[in-house]
Design a protein around this ligand. Structure first.
Ligand SMILES: Nc1ncnc2c1ncn2[C@@H]1O[C@H](COP(=O)(O)OP(=O)(O)OP(=O)(O)O)[C@@H](O)[C@H]1O
Length: 507
């Protein structure tokens, strides 16, 4: 398959707002790809090359200036091989060798292909929002039910491999995907509830647990080997040795645990979220110990538990991790449930989770079986630009331009601005981070790649003629950055519109 076919499809998908048209274009391309290149084709389209980060600096790639050719015969397989060669280059003089390989590749590409490759390599093409569209396209290309494709993806965590299996072996190949200890699955998510009584009434027999304000972890143990993953399935085993030691000491041979981790003060209250997240960085900074609070068990000693009711998963969890289970109450009366909320709030946590005891573990799903009850309403928005500070904030990048996600995979839709709630520490941090992902700047605004997710508290929204989505935030203020989320998980423009007066307020 020619690279130009992938580029043309990518451009066509970006140019249309119709989900159906996107799915049609992608599935037609998948159908015409030969088995050897399916993995590369899907990787290119979702903007994540198979080789991951190839080690060529952003600047190198962006500043490569090689005259384009008028017509090209570059194939997907050739590009894939070239990227593999770049990724495999290491040692002394490797920066130059990588540049040479890239120059060679770019010199065989047309202008449109160069532009595509540049955006692929700098991560600009990466669009989490395209994942859902791609899953539909795989289903359409193979005539396998969408649910089967989705489940395989949630269990493997990898879209290209899901496509390869679907195209080669259809539904039966996808049904063979199982939970594998050591390979993370997409975590189950929660929907917002109006109130505690609503959630209790809707779910019937349930567990009410503290909703801790930390970071999601998924811990896999097989024998003595323990691996820890974040909510976005990034491995952080090396940075959290205390969690590894703790799970290695549990009374079992193999286990997969789902939970939340955070750093606590001496009084047992949560430390600021930023401090917990700083432990997920590159090095082991063990002076700030993390404590795990597990709330689910997906596998225990050879038995997969994804498809057993929560009641039984919790029994397994208590057996294996008793004292590290998150606080809560099983099958509480309304008064007992209220008491859990009061205890959670007075300990400095953000609310409670209410979960149906007969529900199965729906990997990657934000369903109704788990409902969160939080007194303060927040949105997770994407930073799309930032204004240069003035006065006391001179030298810092300050006023943030905030976007909501387009569920059909288009660029984020601006819904407001804010600099409220930013501490000096956050201003310093964001100035550095935003400069690193700047795409263009003028005197006033620095535009950035839409990657950073930020949690925003607000009083509500109002109709706006200024912003393209027709809706604007009222009194927005920053709660915190969410480095554990990527832009594909941000609040959608529809969810923001749902907050307009006249709509039912969900969160
Ligand atoms: N008892 C608990 N059960 C499940 N998740 C919990 C619990 N306590 C804290 N959490 C955290 O809450 C998250 C679930 O809420 P949700 O699905 O809305 O994700 P979220 O968008 O990160 O939520 P929020 O933005 O409200 O923190 C989980 O990902 C987990 O990190």
């Amino acid at each position: 398959m020619l690279l130009s076919e992938v580029v043309a499809t990518s451009v066509a998908v970006a140019a249309t707002r119709s989900r159906l048209a996107k799915v049609k274009a992608l599935s037609a391309l998948l159908r015409s790809a030969t088995p050897e290149v399916v993995e590369a084709v899907v990787s290119f389209l979702i903007g994540v090359p198979k080789q991951g980060r190839i080690g060529a600096g952003w600047r190198t790639v962006f500043e490569l200036s090689v005259g384009p050719v008028g017509r090209s015969a570059l194939t997907v397989a050739e590009v894939d091989a070239a990227l593999a060669a770049v990724a495999a280059t290491s040692g002394k003089g490797s920066a130059q060798r990588r540049t040479d390989l890239l120059v060679d590749l770019f010199s065989r590409a047309t202008e449109a292909e160069q532009d595509f490759l540049r955006r692929l390599l700098t991560g600009e093409l990466r669009q989490g929002a395209l994942e859902g569209v791609m899953l539909d396209a795989i289903a359409a290309a193979t005539e396998v039910p969408g649910e089967t494709v989705r489940r395989a993806f949630m269990l493997s965590g990898r879209l290209p491999q899901t496509a390869v299996a679907a195209l080669a072996g259809g539904a039966s190949a996808l049904e063979a995907f199982q939970l594998e200890v050591g390979r993370p699955v997409r975590p189950m998510l929660a929907s917002p509830a109006e109130s505690l009584p609503d959630a209790l009434a809707e779910l019937g027999s349930c567990v009410v647990e503290h909703k801790l304000d930390g970071a999601r972890i998924q811990v896999h143990r097989s024998g003595d080997v323990v691996r820890v993953f974040t909510r976005t399935l990034r491995e952080i085993t090396k940075t959290v040795p205390e969690l590894v030691d703790l799970v290695r000491g549990l009374p079992c041979q193999s286990v997969v645990l789902d939970g939340e981790t955070l750093a606590l003060t001496d009084e047992g209250r949560p430390r600021p979220f930023q401090e917990t997240m700083s432990r997920f960085g590159a090095q082991d900074a063990r002076e700030l110990l993390l404590k795990p609070f597990f709330f689910d068990c997906l596998h225990l000693d050879g038995v997969d538990l994804l498809d057993v009711p929560l009641r039984d998963r919790l029994a397994a969890l208590r057996r294996v991790a008793g004292e590290h289970v998150i606080p809560g109450a099983l099958d509480p009366s309304p008064a007992e449930a209220e008491a859990v909320v009061a205890a959670a709030m007075s300990s400095g946590h953000e609310g409670v989770m209410v979960k149906a005891l007969d529900s199965l573990y729906a990997a990657g799903r934000r369903g109704k079986a788990w409902q969160k009850v939080k007194p303060v309403h927040t949105l997770d928005l994407v930073v799309i630009g930032v204004e240069r500070g003035s006065g006391r904030r001179r030298g810092w990048l300050s006023n943030l331009h905030l976007g909501a996600r387009d569920p059909d995979g288009g660029p984020p839709v601006m819904v407001g601005k804010t600099f409220k709630g930013l501490t000096d520490e956050l201003l310093t941090w964001q100035t550095r981070e935003l400069q690193a992902i700047a795409t263009s700047t003028d005197d006033w605004v620095v535009h950035v790649r839409p990657e950073l997710v930020i949690e925003i508290e607000l009083d509500g929204v109002q109709v706006s003629t200024r912003y393209p989505g027709g809706v604007a935030l009222r009194f927005a203020r920053v709660v915190r950055y969410r480095p554990d989320k990527d832009a594909s998980e941000a609040t959608t423009i529809e969810e923001v519109r749902g907050l307009l007066p006249g709509h039912t307020i969900r969160e």
